[in-house]
Design a binder for this molecule. Structure first.
Ligand SMILES: Nc1ncnc2c1ncn2[C@@H]1O[C@H](COP(=O)(O)OP(=O)(O)OP(=O)(O)O)[C@@H](O)[C@H]1O
Ligand SMILES: [Mg+2]
Length: 258
């Protein structure tokens, strides 16, 4: 079981962004993707999720031997793909609990014969939500608030992690702006990820800084630069970048290529 990306080429408004990206994420593994601004990290996340603006020009993506690129975004989510957005939006008037129930129903609800979504019974949902909130140490009051309205950065992250916990994805992609996260929010994300890791779940953690990797221990670290993975390694790679920055590595790779 794995997510396999082969020679993925993606453009936005005809501008090539991903230029032949290869990556394999085995089920149960935690991968970190690092890279400078504009290298294509979010593009990778959106393209995998099936955002229409991100045009897949070439390449293949296999999720447990299913051709992901042939599926609608909705079908991808049902297959167990989850993307936590870098910039979550507020939905005034929708409580967290309502939003989450809708999301769970959309992804996990059983279908009736007539194609209408039956959804999970409210009592069952409440039980599931309580269980996940306990697991993530989230305050009960939180579920009553309106989605992302007036949420602090950390609370938005908490909401996202709770959503992820409820959807129980197999492959979860977290696109983080660590720069916008204070140490508490960073811990929320990390503890959430750590609580949810297991043999049947993989994480792709997109990050600028090695900071988050002090809390989430990745099995692999990849460097995305100019639309390609230019280097892969273990956690020590992130430490090296923290000390040296990207420049040395990029120069090294350019020399190798020349
Ligand atoms: N909607 C868009 N229209 C035009 N260009 C875009 C659009 N979205 C992204 N790009 C361009 O694609 C490139 C890659 O962007 P992307 O958001 O994937 O980078 P990133 O690695 O996530 O950067 P950051 O670290 O700043 O989040 C950038 O040059 C960006 O300007
Ligand atoms: Mg980004």
């Amino acid at each position: 079981m794995s997510l396999v990306i082969k020679d993925l080429r993606v453009s936005i408004d005809e501008k090539p962004i991903l230029k032949g990206l290869n990556l394999e994420v085995g089920l149960g593994e935690v991968h970190a993707i690092m890279g400078p601004n504009g290298s294509g990290k979010s593009t990778l996340a959106y393209a995998l999720a099936g955002h229409p603006k991100y045009e897949v020009e070439d390449g293949e993506v296999w999720m447990d031997d299913v051709n992901l690129l042939e599926l609608t975004p909705d079908e991808r989510a049902k297959m167990g793909l989850f993307l936590a957005f870098q910039y979550p939006t507020a939905i005034p008037g929708i409580s967290m609990a309502n939003f989450l129930r809708t999301a769970v129903n959309a992804v996990k609800g059983e279908k009736n014969g007539d194609g209408k979504n039956k959804g999970i019974p409210i009592t069952e949902f409440r039980k599931l939500m309580t269980e996940k909130m306990n697991l993530l140490k989230i305050d009960k009051e939180f579920a009553r608030r309106y989605l992302n309205e007036g949420f602090s950065g950390g609370e938005k992250k908490r909401a996202e992690i709770l959503q992820m916990a409820l959807l129980e994805p197999k492959y979860a992609i977290l696109d983080e702006t660590d720069s916008g996260l204070d140490i508490d929010a960073l811990k929320v994300v990390s503890e959430g990820v750590n609580a949810l890791t297991g043999p049947n779940r993989s994480f792709i953690v997109i990050t600028h800084y090695q900071r988050i990797l002090n809390y989430v221990k990745p099995d692999f670290v990849h460097i995305l630069y100019n639309g390609q993975i230019i280097e892969s390694g273990g956690p020590e790679l992130a430490l090296r970048l923290e000390q040296e920055g990207y420049d040395n590595l990029i120069k090294e790779k350019e020399m190798e290529a020349a």
